[in-house]
Write a protein that binds this ligand. Structure first.
Ligand SMILES: Cc1cc2nc3c(=O)[nH]c(=O)nc-3n(C[C@H](O)[C@H](O)[C@H](O)COP(=O)(O)OP(=O)(O)OC[C@H]3O[C@@H](n4cnc5c(N)ncnc54)[C@H](O)[C@@H]3O)c2cc1C
Ligand code: FES
Length: 273
């Protein structure tokens, strides 16, 4: 439960309010993780928040977290400088489990809204570099409110070069934007995946995940093969305090990644109280 001090070795501004921090442990012993898991990050003297790991296990080097400045703790993290020390506790939660996909031969559709691409980054990297060439195609649909809020643009290009089909869409265009304008669901029709065999990984605002999951089910994807990432206020991260309860789930332990089937399809529309 004690945060392990980590030094910020570099920081990258992704957009006006999103920053990626690269961290190395002061102890020299790196934390392991699997894509989809999160850590509790402490801005000393301010507080602790849940933030997903955004690095890929394939990358040798610092642990990365991509943080959007929405309140006191995330602001302190986004404003921290190279050389500063923050606390890291984890990793916690369930992974995207790309390797355990029910059909390794089916297509995989990855749908990310806004900063929702951060928890997916490691899973996408695993998917596009899967050694199994019979493992189905990878389709990535990334949405952002406006072009200047697209994060990981360089990664999206690299994943496309590695063979993934990538579609980027924005809710609101701006001068010079020649790409697609519309919700992520509006680009589905142009994507030729094979629904009966496909798996899907979906992360973003709850309304986006709900509409996306419904659209995928409408296309014929099995709800058990659609995974969503659910977020609630997290305090302990280890199933003790109950802060993250959503219906029958403690999301720090049973989630954040869960199949969109049964209880989750109903709970996805419940607002946090
Ligand atoms: C498993 C998990 C993984 C997460 N991964 C990331 C990540 O990779 N990057 C990132 O930037 N954020 C992530 N978050 C959200 C992050 O934890 C919250 O933004 C943070 O707790 C806000 O704390 P704060 O003190 O800065 O602001 P607060 O003052 O606590 O909150 C500011 C505003 O954000 C809202 N908010 C708080 N927590 C959440 C939440 N969990 N989801 C949606 N809105 C929230 C509040 O209602 C309020 O309106 C994740 C959350 C969870 C549970
Ligand atoms: S955060 Fe304490 S039980 Fe989940």
């Amino acid at each position: 439960m004690t945060p392990i001090p980590h030094r910020i070795v570099s920081r990258r501004a992704e957009t006006g309010d999103v920053t990626t921090l690269s961290l190395v442990p002061a102890s020299g012993r790196p934390l392991g993780f699997v894509p989809g898991q999160f850590n509790m990050l402490t801005a000393y003297g301010v507080g602790e928040v849940a933030i997903s790991v955004s690095s890929s296990p394939r990358e040798v080097g610092p642990l990365q977290h991509t943080v959007r400045d929405v309140g006191p703790v995330t602001r302190a993290l986004c404003r921290a400088s190279t050389g500063d020390v923050i606390g890291v506790r984890g990793p916690f939660g369930t992974p995207w489990a790309v390797d355990a996909a029910p059909t390794s031969t089916g297509d995989t559709v990855v749908v990310a809204g806004g900063i929702g691409i951060a928890p997916l980054r490691g899973a996408i990297d695993d998917l596009v570099h899967r050694p199994d060439t019979d493992g189905g195609r990878v389709f990535i649909v990334a949405g952002a409110r406006q072009p200047e809020q697209i994060i990981f643009a360089g990664d999206l290009e690299a994943w496309e070069r590695a063979g993934a089909v990538v579609a980027v869409t924005v809710d609101l265009g701006s001068p010079g934007w020649l790409g697609h304008v519309g919700l992520v669901t509006s680009v589905f029709d142009a994507i030729a995946f094979e629904p009966a065999e496909s798996s899907a990984l979906v992360c973003g605002p709850e309304i986006m995940m709900r509409l996306t999951a419904r659209a995928l089910v409408g296309r014929g994807v099995d709800p058990e093969r659609i995974r969503v990432a659910l977020e609630r206020n997290m305090q302990c991260g280890v199933g003790w305090c109950g802060h993250c309860q959503l219906g029958p789930f403690l999301l720090c332990r049973d989630g954040p990644v869960l199949p969109y089937a049964g209880a989750v399809s109903h709970l996805l529309s419940e607002r946090e109280r």
